[in-house]
Design a protein around this ligand. Sequence first.
Ligand code: HEM
Length: 406
Amino acid sequence: MNTTPEPVVDMPDVPVIELPLPPPGTMGPPEEYRRLRQECPLARVRLPFGATAWYATRYEDVKELIADARLIRPSITDWPPRPGHVPGDEPGLVTMMELEGPRHAALRRALSEPFSVRSVRSRLPRIRRSADRLLDPFVGSDQPGDLVVRFLEPFPVMVMCDLVGIPYEDSDYFLPRADAALGAILTLEEGREATSQLREYITSLLDRKRREPGDDMLTRLVDECERGALDHESAVSFGLSMLVAGYRTSTMFLADAVLTLLALPGAYARLRDQRDLMPGAVEELLRYVPVLNGVVVLQAVEDIELHDRTIRADDAVLPVLAAANRDEHVFTDADRLDLCRADNPHLTFGRGAHNCIGSHLARAQMAVCLEALFDRLPNLRLAEDHHPIWEDESPSKSPLTLPVRW
Ligand code: HEM
């Protein structure tokens, strides 16, 4: 794979635009989506670190590209390209997304039951207990309080730990290392160190499950390895996927969804008082909340023709799920949150072989999160005198703090 930084203008006939970002102080979506869908559905964008990628914004294109077998998921240690980094020169953070073929299929098979609708439904009371465990101390605390830091951030971590079999008490250890491994905050050297620490952590956790089995996914994977249906490396990859991807997207969706409901007059009270709207409302929030602004990165393994342009082998492609979800050719009144929307084929969980295996869990988390807030904080509202804090450089945004009163 070619990971040397690309020149700014790499294809003389195709103009390069800056990566569209949500307006400062908002979750977005970027204002350019509508124009790009209409005028330039396959654009060339420059990413903040200098590399360029194809950027697809129309529903039909995104739907095809995300499930196209000619596009693979590059390892997050190999992409984005970084100066001085040679692919394969470090232990590598291989997660479930980079596995392909029979190894990927075996892992999906081993996980299909515990991630199924039936299994997630049976865990609803435990998920609710996690919500209450966090909200109990919050309800009686000083106002305004920060709903992100006290609830919306730890809640998905707690649910994921319980299901997967990772001790929640260890989150102080693995959360900063997961950030570092993703290259979010530290240098390459520290990222490398964090990656090998996470691998060691998951490997020792799998050993512990062998000695002390639990009712969790890691124990299940250990059993599958012992009967020869799965290889040990795939089990490690799954554990790493959970540490770097099993909660962060949920946290961002929850924070943006709650902020949306509180900011739109009457929306929070309406759903609180009409709980039968919940399943459709969760789907609509998943469609409307624009977290997936080009954060799914694909890489072509062969040339692909689209809109009279050639995506060359090795090129990076960003199918912009959040832009597809606002495509006016598919969704009537696409920029409006309609809690009663009937036909809602959003692409928030992707499609094809790598679609989100945690989608039922994510839906359950969102429904339980809202139910718990309606029950425990029925008069929840934004604190007018305190504003959320945003990190504006990122394409995917949720408030880092959400000051509320209740
Ligand atoms: C609202 C929350 C979530 C959203 C929007 C979301 C979205 C996605 C998307 C779009 C993909 C596909 C990426 C691709 O095609 O390369 C994906 C994959 C994945 N997601 Fe989620 N996700 C969420 C929550 C979760 C949760 C809670 C879990 C597990 C605890 C999870 C586990 C995974 C895994 C393991 C994959 C990789 C599947 C594979 O490669 O076969 N996700 N997710």
